[in-house]
Design a protein around this ligand. Structure first.
Ligand code: SAM
Ligand code: SF4
Ligand code: SF4
Length: 344
């Protein structure tokens, strides 16, 4: 049993560029029931792909211990992700453990496929909100993008179930890829404005190595805002908090808001306060990092809380990542980590 944590959550821990450690993404599984073309293309993640063994995954107890330690360093928000977090068996139990941490903002990103079945249990376990990824309302386009022939209607059912269960405010994430789903921008904006859910458009990113990313495939946030604004005029809105990755735009007629995440065309590294823990307990200080810091072996080696906290402090204090700001042919690292492993 570990002693009570030595430090309260008021601490702010700056990295080398003065950025505090504020939020944490935890990947709870590297598996997924979708094969989105921009994330887990079938050519790589085919039937013979070897996912992590169960024993390699952090247990719920290990995750909860790390979460408590991170909150002692100033983390106020945790997002569970993956892979598809809802395919990890018993994830509700993890949510119950994390939601018991006082004052923590706990949320989860999901492809929505299992929400109809799980929304109520997730809310009962203490989950506050969800973000659902959905790339098109056009069934044929969506089926092709998830590449497992999953129908739009079932994700929409899942979104309704989540809203009915109280997992709100609900956000919807749409990755826009040129020539694939850009014609879905307006129908998605109209639909979710009507429903009162916040739609956020994500620029297609060069995460990992397998998705064949090209700059030409990126539809810029500017272009997305202009497309919507021509039909439904938008104006910029202030960020909700410092370090918010989505730039907020609200409809001039008061009909809600959208967000754009311009990680490629308007990098926001200078405000990046985010750490990530991979499914097997590697700590990454950037989505594009090539090297993690092994927390699992610390935990499994019997290291005490104080020593782990020291390690976390020294990793974060040494952080100087700003990949998106310096992205260029020359700087693209050779061994980028796949999104489904590190957690988007
Ligand atoms: N499976 C869950 C889901 O899809 O919501 C959670 C994990 S997924 C990796 C997290 C987010 O990353 C999703 O919103 C997904 O659309 C986004 N994503 C994945 N690959 C991306 C890429 N190459 N560029 C931009 N966003 C990406
Ligand atoms: Fe799965 Fe999410 Fe990646 Fe799609 S984006 S393949 S749903 S992990
Ligand atoms: Fe943060 Fe790295 Fe993304 Fe920059 S590239 S915003 S440092 S995760």
């Amino acid at each position: 049993m570990n002693a009570p944590l030595p430090q309260a959550r008021t601490a702010t821990l700056p990295d080398r560029l003065g950025r505090p450690l504020r939020d944490l993404r935890i990947s709870v599984t590297d598996r997924c029931n979708f094969r989105c073309v921009y994330c887990m293309p079938k050519e790589t993640f085919g039937s013979d792909y070897r996912f992590l063994e169960r024993s390699a995954l952090l247990s719920f107890e290990e995750i909860a211990r790390l979460a408590r330690l991170f909150t002692a360093l100033g983390i106020g928000k945790i997002r569970l992700t993956g892979g598809e977090p809802l395919v990890r068996r018993g994830v509700e139990r993890l949510i119950a453990m994390l939601s018991a941490i006082p004052g923590l903002d706990l949320t989860l990103t999901t492809n929505g496929s299992l929400l109809t079945k799980k929304a109520e249990a997730l809310h009962a376990a203490g989950l506050q909100r969800v973000t659902v990824s959905l790339d098109s309302l056009d069934d044929a386009v969506f089926r092709a993008m998830n590449d497992v022939d999953f129908p739009v209607a079932r994700v929409l059912e899942g979104i309704d179930a989540a809203a009915a269960a109280g997992l709100t405010p609900l956000k919807v994430n749409m990755v826009v890829k040129r020539g694939v789903n850009e014609h879905s921008i307006l129908p998605m904006a109209r639909f979710f404005r009507e429903r009162g859910h916040i739609l956020r458009f994500i620029e297609y990113m060069d995460v990992g190595h397998t998705n064949g990313w090209r700059m030409d495939d990126v539809v810029s946030a500017r272009e997305i805002v202009d497309t919507i604004s021509r039909e439904m005029p938008l104006e910029p809105a202030d960020p909700n908090y410092g370090g918010e990755v989505a730039e907020r735009w609200r409809y001039r007629d008061g009909g809600g808001e959208i967000g754009v995440i311009a990680s490629v065309t308007q990098a926001f590294c200078r405000d990046c306060t985010r750490a990530r823990i991979s499914t097997e307990g590697q700590l990454y200080t950037c989505l594009f990092a090539t090297r993690g810091h092994d927390l699992r072996s610390l935990i499994r080696g019997g290291t005490g809380d104080d020593e782990i906290l020291d390690r976390l402090r020294s990793v974060w204090s040494a952080r100087a990542d700003r990949y998106s700001e310096i992205r260029s042919e020359k700087t693209v690292p050779l061994k980028k980590i796949e999104m489904s492993y590190i957690g988007g």
